[in-house]
Ligand binder design. Sequence first.
Ligand code: PLP
Length: 357
Amino acid sequence: MKKYNFSAGPSILPQQTIEETAKAILDFNGSTLSLMEVSHRGKDFQAVMDETIDLFKELLNVPEGYSVVFLGGGASLQFCMVPFNLFEKKAAYLNTGTWANKAMKEAKFFGEVVEVASSKADNYTYIPKDFVIPADADYFHITSNNTIFGTELHTDLDSPVPMVADMSSDIFSRPVDVSKYGIIYGGAQKNLAPAGLAFAVVKNDILGKVSRAIPTMLDYRTFIESGSMFNTPPVVPVYAAMQTLRWLKANGGVEAMYKVNQEKAGILYHEIDRNPFFKGTAAVEDRSLMNVCFVMNDEHKDLEADFLKFATDRGMSSLKGHRSVGGFRASIYNAMPIEGVQALIAAMQDFEKQAGK
Ligand SMILES: *Cc1c(COP(=O)(O)O)cnc(C)c1O
């Protein structure tokens, strides 16, 4: 049976990424050596790193004056690396969920953190709209897509201070005006590569302004100056990222992906709204295109486990919602084909027929 992987992360990747990476693990570039055992300093791997960075810049439309770097430690290390590099006196954060909280927690080690707004009182079902970003903050931090609560910022905000965005779960899902950001970072394991890789897009001229000394491996300049080769990069995830970016380019790039993502999310939310057994959890205007959170309607709450089993038996994998929301979460990243979403919708409709009897 065909299985569709709705996991929030690590998550579905293009079949091409998996197959090409598997081939390179067995035989890298016809060398008969494995990608896992060749030197990262060799010219064959250097070409991989170069192409990955170039494609990243091309596909995200990264302007002059920005660098793209690959690092270890996941998005979670970026929670502290950002303040290490930018925090002098105070920083502003928009609190939209679990990951935003984790980012704020790390920033508090460095000084005053201003929470400009929070939707915590409503279990993060929406993204606050009316808030003021203090003009004297060193930077303003947002989480563009809240993987756990299924909310997403659908526009690039304006900020009087450098804006930093955790885009772990919506990178390459929609066009982004990079020029509005100081730093865009994320873990690669949602829309790009297997776990073990993080990315950061950094505006070069916002660096070098803090008075503290920065440990070498926490300083963005180390990665910029070495082309992400200061130490051994995670070669397999970088190779996989290159394959995903090639796939993205061959499929029309971010603009084309955005259209398909809108279509996929559109038909799924439509079914959630139509089907009397289900309801969405996020405010309609803030609904995520990547992580679709829904629960059983109140009068059918007792059928939650039944639907999960029903859908799982039909090949829907990892549909269970995060414990802080409950119900179901369908993560429909770039690599999820529309057929996967249609299969989920068919399962919801068949469940409705069966349970409605
Ligand atoms: C998954 C996720 C993280 C955590 O990423 P790690 O690479 O595991 O540290 C952080 N932020 C967001 C928005 C995420 O979705």
